[in-house]
Design a protein around this ligand. Structure first.
Ligand code: NI
Length: 215
């Protein structure tokens, strides 16, 4: 049943309208209902050319932010599509401690994941829809992702380390979940506080000082 005024406009029309403006798309912030909606599965609602233009705009918006992932609801579109890409820049010690390896640009259509094994790893992360803040999230260290790519090809792949974190964060968005829902809330810190106190490769000191569990 269609009860909201926003969903009564066909998605394709709304996306055409979004793409009328040049440059990165406006990012929707926490509090907007679209971020709490389960995204509609993608079943060819857009023609190939429009899907391609929309994905290109998502990527441009993600890179400009800058961020390492962006889900369609974050630009106000409740469709199960996300983009990810991480060039993994930063001090080598930090990259190694976080298993942060480069993640090539990917389009995830209708993604879902399940954990492989019990291991979790806890690190600070942030979200473009919650600007200015970071918090520690314990996430599965190894996941199996099932999705399709932009061409409809099946993706069935294992992800580990930081790429697994990114995939979980973006897939959660498509289910109406924000990282704060699964974060250690006592770790909540402004970007400035993270830079001043919690820039260590791992969050042990933050856990001991702010009073939260890592596992
Ligand atoms: Ni996010």
């Amino acid at each position: 049943m269609d009860t909201s005024s926003t969903t009564s406009i066909p998605l394709a029309e709304r996306i055409e309208e979004l793409l009328c403006t040049e440059g990165p798309l406006p990012i929707v912030a926490a509090g907007d209902p679209v971020l709490r909606t389960v995204a509609e599965p993608y079943r060819g609602q857009l023609d190939d050319a429009l899907l391609h233009r929309f994905v290109a705009a998502l990527r441009e918006t993600m890179l400009a932010a800058p961020g390492v992932g962006l889900a369609a609801p974050q630009v106000g579109v409740p469709l199960s599509i996300a983009v990810v890409e991480d060039r993994a820049r930063g001090p080598r010690e930090t990259l190694e401690a976080r298993s942060r390896t480069p993640l090539a640009f990917r389009v995830l259509v209708n993604p879902s994941y399940e954990p492989e094994g019990e291991t979790k790893s806890a690190f600070f992360e942030g979200c473009l829809s919650v600007p200015g803040w970071q918090a520690v999230v314990a996430r599965h260290a190894l996941i199996r992702l099932r999705a399709q790519d932009e061409q409809g090809q099946v993706i069935d792949e294992l992800f580990t380390g930081w790429p697994a974190r990114i995939v979980q964060h973006e897939t959660d968005h498509l289910n109406g979940t924000l990282y704060l829902d699964v974060a250690r809330l006592r770790s909540l810190s402004t970007n400035e506080a993270v830079a001043e106190y919690w820039s260590q490769p791992t969050p042990e000191l933050a856990a001991a000082t702010l009073g939260f569990e890592l596992t």
